[in-house]
Design a protein around this ligand. Structure first.
Ligand code: NAD
Length: 437
């Protein structure tokens, strides 16, 4: 096994020398990261095909393009972000002594950072937090998921080719390797994964008082009320639930549809699913990452009556989006995040009832609401706490770098993307300088 303590010590020494401090160094590393992605796009597509049967267009849309965009954004904005920020000095400071006061926030890197990433977007979620870490001047240890072995091995090989290990290194391995890593002291831990493992990471971090970002999951509702544009709602729902076979942290987990339009909405969903996945439904459809997960998701089909979809392939571990009716809030499928193509459908009468139901659940990572009733949109946005979401669309909040991306409560803590990525991985040092007069 790799000598983890000595790798971390090498990064500590590199950081202590101040090697990562200059903005020119950081920009150079960001450019290398961009080159790694651009020069190896085909290899990435192939690895993701092996691991997840991920269609190439999905790789471009959700794994590679957002990273290139983020790197470009960071390169354009790094000077502004890293510059000390002057803030007002209130009059009250003069009570502590006469003088002129200058107050500022100085952004400093934490030091040696650890990024633990999941398997569902193994390139995007491995690299995206690292863009912030590099921009802020940290060194990076990346531990990708063992479930997407081809992609993790590729990342390991490429990172070794483009970076020196005392600055950026990949460590592959299973849970035992994670445990060995988490026993070490890091200066920051960025974790993306499930709620139970998030708890383990936070407990380990607390031993060293290491700050953490936890990007977790949860059951994200997709609400459709009777005023909604049902065609648009159905298209967005199918997009969100079939993209990567529903293995997306912000995928709609369950449907909450107003009773009055339930039958019509199901008919539209059924027709659109048939249209979209007519001839060869599984050709461009991601597979479930492992047999264990496949069987877990398939077992949910017993929890209700299939009203749309229902196709699966036990050999390739693929399952088409499947809508389940007759599900209750107590059904097994409603207990934990599904993370797959099964869509339980629940109904509500008054809009208040929908809100009450969601409020009784842990705070979700995402929420989507399709409505043409402004009152309902305002009610859900003001009364329900969730990480992020959208009204009359699905996923789009993720793609706007001006919006912080992250969870709340059980769906996580901290956020990133755009400027937030830089701030999340920086310590804000508060300094008052007094000029004695
Ligand atoms: P996971 O929690 O099982 O694994 C994530 C990482 O933790 C992997 O690298 C894995 O090796 C490691 N790990 C697993 N068990 C561990 C243990 N006992 N101790 C220490 N480390 C351990 O998650 P996953 O199955 O890879 O990903 C799916 C989950 O991630 C879903 O819950 C999903 O919602 C969530 N997710 C969240 C986001 C987000 O941005 N919020 C994005 C993608 C996925």
């Amino acid at each position: 096994m790799i000598n983890i303590p000595s790798l971390i010590q090498a990064q500590r020494n590199f950081f202590a020398k101040g090697a990562t401090k200059s903005l020119s160094f950081r920009k150079e590393q960001l450019l290398r990261l961009k080159a790694l992605l651009e020069e190896n796009t085909q290899a990435i597509i192939e690895a993701l095909k092996t691991d997840l049967n991920k269609p190439a267009d999905q790789v471009m849309l959700a794994e590679i393009s957002p990273l290139i965009h983020e790197i470009d954004y960071m390169l354009e904005n790094l000077d502004r972000l890293a510059a000390p920020k002057d803030v007002e000095s209130p009059e009250t400071l003069s009570f502590f002594g006469m003088g002129e006061y200058h107050s500022q926030i100085i952004y400093e890197p934490y030091g040696v950072t650890l990024n633990i990433s999941p398997w569902n977007y193994p390139i995007q979620l491995s690299i995206s937090p690292i863009i912030g870490a590099i921009a802020a001047g940290n060194t990076v240890v990346l531990k990708p998921s063992e479930f997407t072995a081809a992609t993790s091995a590729l990342l390991n090989r490429l990172v070794a080719q483009y970076f020196v290990p005392e600055f950026f290194v990949v460590i592959e391995g299973d849970v035992a390797v994670n445990q060995a890593l988490l026993a070490e002291k890091f200066d920051y831990i960025f974790f993306t994964g499930s709620v139970p493992v998030g708890r383990i990471v936070m407990a380990a971090a607390s031993k060293h008082l290491t700050p953490v970002t936890l990007e977790l999951g949860g059951k994200s509702p997709f609400i459709v009320d009777k005023s909604a544009n049902l065609e648009q709602a159905a298209e967005s729902l199918i997009f969100g639930k079939t993209f990567n076979s529903g293995q997306t942290c912000i995928a709609p987990d369950y449907l909450l549809v107003q009773q009055d339009v339930k039958a019509e909405f199901v008919a539209i969903l059924k027709q659109k699913l048939q249209q979209k996945f007519d001839d060869n439904p599984f050709e461009n459809y991601a597979k479930v990452v492992s047999e264990r997960h496949y069987l877990r998701i398939k077992s949910f089909l017993n929890d209700g009556k299939i009203v749309a979809g229902g196709l699966f392939n036990d050999e390739t571990h693929q399952m088409l989006m499947t809508v389940l009716d007759g599900v209750t809030w107590e059904s097994p499928v409603m207990q934990d995040e599904i993370f797959g193509s099964v869509l339980p459908m629940l109904t509500f009468n008054g809009f208040d009832e929908a809100i009450e139901r969601i409020l009784a659940q842990p705070k979700p990572l995402a929420l989507y609401c399709f409505t043409e009733t402004e009152e309902n949109a305002t009610a859900v946005l003001s009364q329900v706490s969730f990480g992020g979401g959208a009204v009359n669309s699905c996923f789009l909040h993720f793609f706007n770098h001006n919006l912080p991306f992250g969870g709340v409560g059980d769906s996580g803590m901290g956020s990133y993307h755009g400027d937030r990525s830089f701030y999340e991985l920086s310590h804000e040092k508060a300094v008052v300088t007094r000029k004695i007069v």
